[in-house]
Design a protein around this ligand. Structure first.
Ligand code: SF4
Ligand code: SF4
Length: 315
């Protein structure tokens, strides 16, 4: 996308941002460990202790979301790989569905998406499974997804797609391609491969994670918009802490802890930051917002397969 279109896209996004009474998206860190060391991820710099989200904490959060806003988009995705704990994830998904959550999603690196895990996931009410795969060749994929194995993740996702097509229902399966320095030359082959197998292809720009990475997005600060991440999303660390935003990866500006505070109260505490964004008082935001470029990432593009390619699954 050229700069003019990107600017127009940010203007459109900004025009749709309002301060919601409850987060539109709730991102859950099931497991803070990861088996990869991706080049564009801050995970290897994380200082905070790593652990796993206990079931009672998930139940507390899920109960509140179900009672308050059951259509909230709940994503099992933050700093860590959820499929390192597949059994707990499946249990959490079933619990969420039982109490009435209607929009459950998973983001994974796909390395542990074995055939048995794939079948279990297809028995849940997940609406979306996103698998991060940023290359077509092994050379490119493994350059960015360090410690990953291209052939294994491709085989895993291909099995998932085949099994979903055989059943004729299930979640939307997306492969996510993050645009980086030198992977775009593979995008056409990648897109055609995955669309042909019935996957949705999601193309998105790289995040700076609170300013830790340069992202080469050419949008100047005088075109700044309120940060969509801060306005729409709440994040939960495995230990219950709620950071100010996804750029606050250590929780240094955390709003509090979900073990002892309701999500509604934690969201209300973050309201002062949302107001600063929406009133465009950017100079009054915490210093991290000066170096962070994540307000300008814009929307992901989603390319959907034709019905014939996906064996009748919704496209
Ligand atoms: S798989 Fe995800 S959490 Fe793990 S290093 Fe890569 S981007 Fe980070
Ligand atoms: S711009 Fe500010 S609010 Fe948005 S993600 Fe970055 S640090 Fe967080």
């Amino acid at each position: 996308m050229d700069q003019e279109n990107h600017t127009a896209e940010l203007t459109r996004i900004a025009s749709e941002l309002k301060d919601p009474v409850f987060p539109k998206i709730f991102a859950v860190e099931l497991c803070a460990e990861c088996d990869l060391n991706c080049a564009m991820c801050h995970h290897d710099q994380m200082q905070r202790p790593k652990g796993n989200l206990p079931m009672p904490l998930w139940q507390k959060c899920a109960d509140e979301i179900a009672a308050t806003a059951p259509a909230t988009n709940v994503w099992f995705s933050f700093c860590g790989e959820p499929l390192l704990m597949p059994e707990r994830l499946i249990e959490m998904l079933h619990y969420g569905a039982r109490v009435g959550l209607t929009s459950l999603h998973l983001n994974t690196n796909g390395m542990n998406l074995t055939a048995s895990v794939a079948r279990d996931l297809l028995e849940t009410t997940l609406s979306t499974i996103v698998i991060g795969i940023d290359g077509y060749t092994a050379q490119t994929y493994e350059k960015y997804r360090v410690l990953g194995n291209r052939d294994r993740v491709y085989a895993n996702v291909e099995y998932l797609l085949g099994e979903a097509a055989r059943r004729g229902n299930g979640p939307e399966i997306m492969v996510q391609f993050i645009e980086m320095d030198d992977n775009m030359q593979e995008f056409t082959r990648y897109r055609d491969h995955w669309l042909g197998l019935g996957a949705t292809v999601k193309l998105r720009r790289q995040l700076s994670w609170g300013g830790m990475f340069d992202t080469a997005i050419e949008i100047s600060n005088d075109q700044r918009i309120p940060c969509p991440w801060a306005i729409t999303m709440m994040h939960l660390f495995w230990d219950g802490r709620v950071p100010r935003c996804p750029g606050d990866t250590e929780g240094e500006e955390a709003a509090g802890n979900a073990w002892d505070t309701s999500l509604a109260e934690l969201w209300a505490r973050l309201g002062e930051y949302r107001q600063l964004h929406l009133q465009r008082k950017f100079d009054q935001l915490p210093a991290r917002c000066d170096s962070c470029t994540d307000w300008k990432t814009g929307a992901a593009q989603k390319l959907r397969p034709t019905r014939a390619a996906c064996g009748g699954n919704p496209s």
